[in-house]
Design a protein around this ligand. Structure first.
Ligand SMILES: [Zn+2]
Ligand SMILES: [Zn+2]
Length: 372
């Protein structure tokens, strides 16, 4: 997908900073652009963006900028996925070798722990539309006339292939992601293993339903063509969409295995979407509870160590003394919760439904804590 909009908030922000006397250093501390999410039992939480473009297709930046953006945001892995068949800049930037943007990014990341995987975007009208093949060995071999051949070559190379922006209005004017017979064939032949439920700035509940019905991994990507921090203004608390991959270790092989086993979730616009098996522990591990006062009105401090501002619904069966049943726990902050337990039990459970996390279009994971 190609974006034509950019925000010009940064120059304006610079003027405001100058006028207000706030130093940029203070601001940078308040708005740390590095993603922070905890690991979950048994797995590392790896932050990944597997869809972005450079001047080697229709993007506006050199591959090293994609690496620097990812490092700035503390990502664990990226893939540059330039279009195989759409080369609008080829007169200025000849792109005979479709692995070239990957090679340049890989070189730019060589002294860091950022994993760069080889990828490419198979770019066709619908169906099948666009698909990203990542963990490729040679992108050139996918640059063929017959798209089925491209998908089969990707599989032969051991790649992971996901359906891009199935809800893109340029290919689906109604914005409703819809599985066609061809997509079903691709899934049945093992040629399609994931689906974007979030692309750039758009979300699809229907894509989430397709993923769940056909056991596809959930993917969220920036599909960035211009500059990341112009689109998602971290100084304003915005963030690029990412795929969280729950992997046994930080390596290309472990990433691929995790994606094949659908151990992913998507983080976009302060919303988490993924299987409750992973998202529940992710939210729970983000929070730390300290039991300050034990009496009929219990006082419990909840500290949120993550980037997500959680919207929590109290399901404990006890009413709260200082909050209504739904309240917000801001990112990297804490609140004191007063819980009314008239019988003053030795131990009690606090259970919350996490309203800005989804395990299905209208289902939210629940998390529980036992307090003694
Ligand atoms: Zn696309
Ligand atoms: Zn794209």
């Amino acid at each position: 997908m190609k974006t034509l909009t950019n925000k010009f908030a940064r120059p304006l922000l610079a003027i405001l900073i100058f006028a207000s006397g706030i130093t940029p250093g203070t601001l940078a501390q308040d708005h740390n652009p590095v993603f922070e999410f905890p690991d979950i039992p048994g797995y590392l939480t790896l932050l990944c963006d597997f869809h972005m473009h450079t001047v080697f297709s229709d993007g506006s930046v050199w591959p090293n900028i994609r690496v620097q953006e990812a490092q700035r945001h503390g990502l664990d892995a990226i893939s540059i996925t330039d279009h195989l068949e759409y080369q609008p800049k080829k007169e200025d930037v000849p792109h005979a070798d479709r692995n070239r943007s990957y090679q340049l990014a890989k070189e730019a990341a060589k002294n860091s722990d950022l994993i760069v995987v080889n990828g490419a975007e198979i770019t066709r009208s619908m169906p099948p539309g666009h698909a990203n093949a990542i963990f490729l060995k040679d992108a050139n071999k996918l640059n063929v006339d017959d798209y089925m051949e491209a998908f089969r070559e990707a599989k032969a190379q051991g790649a992971f292939v996901f359906w891009n922006h199935p809800h893109w209005t340029a290919q689906r004017p109604d914005g409703v992601a819809t599985l066609t017979g061809l997509h079903t064939e691709l899934i049945e032949e093992g040629l399609l293993s994931g689906i974007e439920i979030y692309n750039h700035t758009t979300y699809s509940d229907e894509a989430l339903q397709i993923a769940q019905a056909h056991h596809l991994a959930l993917i969220g990507t920036s599909d960035m063509h211009g500059l990341m921090d112009w689109e998602y203004d971290t100084s304003e608390g915005e963030h690029r969409p990412v795929t969280l991959v729950f992997a046994t270790e930080k390596s290309e092989q472990a990433l691929k295995e995790a994606m094949e086993e659908r151990r992913t979730a998507v983080w976009f616009d302060n919303t988490l979407v993924g299987d409750a098996t992973y998202v529940g522990p992710l939210v729970k591990n983000s929070l730390e509870l300290i039991h300050h006062v034990k009496s009929q009105v219990q006082q419990i401090e909840i500290i949120n160590h993550s980037d997500a501002s959680y919207i929590l619904e109290n399901l404990s069966g006890y009413t709260l003394h200082n909050k209504a049943s739904v309240f917000i726990l801001e990112a990297h902050s804490s609140i004191n919760l007063q819980v009314k337990t008239p019988e003053k039990p030795d131990s009690f459970d606090l259970t919350f439904r996490v309203l800005n996390a989804f395990s299905a279009p209208s289902e939210h994971p629940e998390i529980s804590f036992t307090l003694d």
